[in-house]
Ligand binder design. Sequence first.
Ligand code: 13P
Length: 283
Amino acid sequence: MALENMSQMLRKAQQNKYAVGAFNILDYNSTKAVVKAAEETHSPVIIQTSAKTVIFWGTSAIMTWVRELAESSPVPIALHLDHCKDLDLIRQCIEAGWTSVMIDASARPFEENLALSRQVVEMARPRGITVEAELGAIVGVEDDIHVKEQDAHLADPEQAVRFCSEVEPDCFAPAVGTAHGVYTGEPKIAYDRIEDISARTGVPLALHGGTGLSDEVFRKCISLGCAKVNISTQLKYAFINGFVTYHTKNSTEYNPLKVIGAQFDELKRGIVEKIKLFGGYED
Ligand code: 13P
């Protein structure tokens, strides 16, 4: 199928109380693992690229892998740019064929965040590209965005309502107590805020910081309105561990294709598990 934007898949997920997994890819092998996991579970999926990954490979290489995999796939697939502060990079991705982008102006004062996010919606919407925008500060490191614990703050529900009514994002990422990277303690999720913001804005919510959350936390957040769940660190670990584990077990063998195959299996196994947990899959 041709790539699609996130609009229909998120609305369907929101109505049926499941979530679409958004997985941060690293290269062709991990992109293929995301697509094959979605096919195995008959589920829609979001291929997500960090700004750093886009800069590393260039838009054209990523677009070639994604198009080739999506066009021969029977499941709905969106290509989404994750946390991006740079309007030029957003523009480049839109021009290259990304079907969805995230503007992350959450570190700016509220009015500036609102204005910049609105500007991206005005740039993207006429071209059928969906937009995710963020409010509040999610703790941890994602790409080149570092938020220290003392600087993290949850999204304010009153501001969230105004933000969504003026920006009109297709997907909204309020900070609700999750963290990017590896959790060092028990996360304190503000379930009441998820419920309140979801009910008052009506916009499908994105749950960031998916790696390391328990099954129970995922189920609860999804039941309260999170229709998109972001997973990145899990893929980074599987990418390295799949490679290292194979080589440790077969240390005299130098067959790169077998190593790449083991890495693919490790990535796909974890992605399938998450898609099943998020609830939108069919047997
Ligand atoms: P994790 O790295 O914790 O999985 O978070 C991913 C994310 O939210 C990307 O935006």
